[in-house]
Design a binder for this molecule. Structure first.
Ligand code: NAP
Length: 439
């Protein structure tokens, strides 16, 4: 008989409580699949008195996460507290340095300290598993680290934040403003009271940094990710995108370029026919373009107690089986540093929405400025806001939306052209620019 794997869980909130329940509910299946039992022997959280709807009889209560990490009764520490610093960080580091294995769902901590923690795991031969940190139940970490280990990944991109996708979906389907949809998301518990971490793209950036490391062997670093949020997107943009055959999604994109690995998070127009464009509401999705194989898209719940627990427990099961893969799929010394990609050199198609003054010479001025920067136009939509074509209204002086889709060009060329158009005083307000990602 192989001895049970003795698990200590730090954090009994949304995810931690579900992990305890899942291990209890699936105990027989876990034992069969791992060849040994998986037993929760100790737990800890901030309050010992809180009612959690858990049966913790026979399970020790550790005074704090650090003592749980040090406990000789524990083989595997499961960190479900959250946060980039202590107590999560010191608990994980202590456990790894004593040769224990660790499972965590903490994307913020892995994005900030992943390299340091992977080094500690490697030094003592313990596992550091973090499947739930990106996309919760979507098995994207293992897919990149193990299933596609033999494939040269060219690009990995996805919808990694359910809050943003929920907001953009409601805006598109109901024509509502960003502010209205955000308020609803907060009411329904999809967005935090302070939503900036989600809507400004930082949550997606942390997850993308982890995916880039797994896909390309970069040293995980959120600072290497360009991030831009969704608050500037308007219902008009979504309507225009739809008319032109696109949808707008907040994408995290990591792509191999001739010079480096470009990591960026921003609102992105994707063709309506693409798999990623079909992903609505709080659902997450990741697409991987690997050399020699058609794109692979994984879709599923990117948050929630049960979904996250499913990935956490699968990570624990690997440890019970004795499977120990290097945290980022390569030795830490083989991971390479990347810098934040200079977005002015980003190459791609662009959506540009201008408010053009209804006066003679406007169209010619815009065309000239774009041509000066060698920007070619793929399509142009010029409509009166009420749907009447410009050609049929003359003499009106209110500005008219003009929407342009460019062929691939450089970002600095786009902004140089738009600055010149603004100087020409043929448009009102600031132009809206959204990058296009082709599939
Ligand atoms: N929720 C999701 O859908 C989801 C999805 C993917 C990843 N994750 C990640 O999973 C982790 C846990 O998230 P969660 O939603 O379960 O968080 P949560 O509901 O806020 O739970 C956090 C738990 O940590 C405990 N805790 C906080 N500070 C502590 C301290 N100083 N010492 C000991 N225990 C402490 C809390 O104790 P009390 O209960 O006593 O307050 C609580 O049990 C985070 O890293 C998060 O990013 C969550």
């Amino acid at each position: 008989m192989v001895a049970p794997l003795k698990v200590g869980i730090a954090g009994l909130g949304t995810v931690g409580a579900e992990v305890v329940r899942l291990i209890e509910r699936q105990s027989s299946a876990l034992a069969v699949r791992c060849g040994r039992a998986v037993r929760v022997v100790a737990v800890t959280a901030r309050s010992n008195a809180k009612k959690r709807g858990l049966d913790l009889r026979g399970i020790a209560w550790a005074s704090d996460p650090l003592s749980l990490a040090k406990s000789h009764e524990v083989d595997c520490l499961v960190e479900l507290i959250g946060g980039v610093g202590d107590p999560a960080l010191s608990a994980i580091e202590t456990a790894l340095k004593s040769g224990k294995s660790v499972v965590t769902a903490n994307k913020a901590l892995i994005a900030r300290h992943g390299v340091r923690l992977a080094k500690a795991a490697e030094a003592r031969g313990g596992a550091l598993n973090f499947e739930a940190a990106v996309g919760a139940a979507i098995p994207i970490v293992k897919t990149l680290r193990e299933a596609l280990a033999a494939t040269s990944v060219q690009r990995v991109y996805g919808i990694l934040n359910g809050t943003c996708n929920y907001i953009l979906t409601r805006m598109e389907q109901e024509g509502l403003s960003f502010a209205e949809c955000l308020k609803d998301a907060q009411r329904l518990g999809y967005a935090e009271a302070d939503p900036s971490f989600d809507i400004d793209g930082h949550d997606t950036a942390q997850k993308l940094a982890i995916l880039a490391s797994l896909a390309f062997g970069t040293k995980v670093a959120q600072s290497a990710v360009y991030a831009e949020g969704i608050s500037s997107i308007t219902p008009e943009d979504l309507r225009a995108a739809a008319e032109l055959g696109y949808r707008v999604k907040l994408l995290g994109v990591a792509v191999r370029t001739p010079k480096s690995i470009e990591q960026r998070v921003h609102p992105t127009m994707v063709p309506k026919s693409s798999s990623i464009a079909q992903v609505m509401g709080v659902t997450n999705a990741v697409t991987i373009d690997g050399e020699g194989i058609p794109p692979i898209t994984l879709v599923g719940p990117g948050a929630g107690g049960a979904a996250t627990a499913s990935a956490v427990v699968a990570d624990i099961m690997d440890i019970a089986r004795g499977v120990c893969t290097l945290p980022f799929g390569r030795p830490v010394e083989r991971l390479h540093t990347t810098e934040k990609a200079p977005m002015e050199r980003h190459e791609g198609g662009y959506y540009i929405r201008l408010l053009a003054r209804d006066q003679p010479g406007t169209a010619a001025a815009i065309a000239t400025r774009l041509a000066e920067q060698k920007i070619s136009i793929e399509s142009i939509v010029q409509r009166h806001p009420n749907g009447v074509d410009l050609a049929h209204i003359s003499g009106k002086s209110s500005p008219v939306p003009v929407i342009l889709i460019t062929y691939a060009t450089y970002e600095d060329a786009v902004y140089r052209a738009l600055k010149a158009v603004q100087r020409d005083k043929v448009i009102s307000g600031r132009p809206q620019v959204i990058r296009i990602e082709k599939n």
